[in-house]
Design a protein. Structure first.
Length: 99
């Protein structure tokens, strides 16, 4: 297997995307760590997945969509959702400011 080598420019590009300022020592450190990560992920290419069905999820759950004009009988209206709230204003929950 060919070892992936990340360039300093690639590390700096990733740092820029992450809004990080890196020292030269950090660039070297992360370069080695990311190369190991890429190499580990590339190992997955060695697996035989020819008999595995593609899937986007594994739980079997489906999204619920309602046809135009059909009513969602399982949801709550805004009034129903806020009827037992101690603090509400204009149909919305009122909470304490956290910042």
């Amino acid at each position: 297997m060919k070892k992936s080598k990340l360039t300093k420019e690639e590390i700096l590009h990733l740092a820029k995307l992450s809004n990080l300022s890196l020292t030269d020592e950090e660039i070297e450190k992360y370069q080695k760590q990311l190369e190991e990560t890429v190499e580990y992920v590339e190992n997955l290419n060695e697996l035989d997945t020819s008999k595995v069905e593609p899937t986007s999820q594994t739980t079997g759950l489906n999204d619920v969509f309602f046809a135009d004009g059909e009513k969602n009988k399982r949801g709550l209206s805004q009034d129903e959702a806020t009827k037992n709230a101690k603090n509400k204003k204009d149909g919305y929950f009122v909470v304490k400011r956290i910042m």
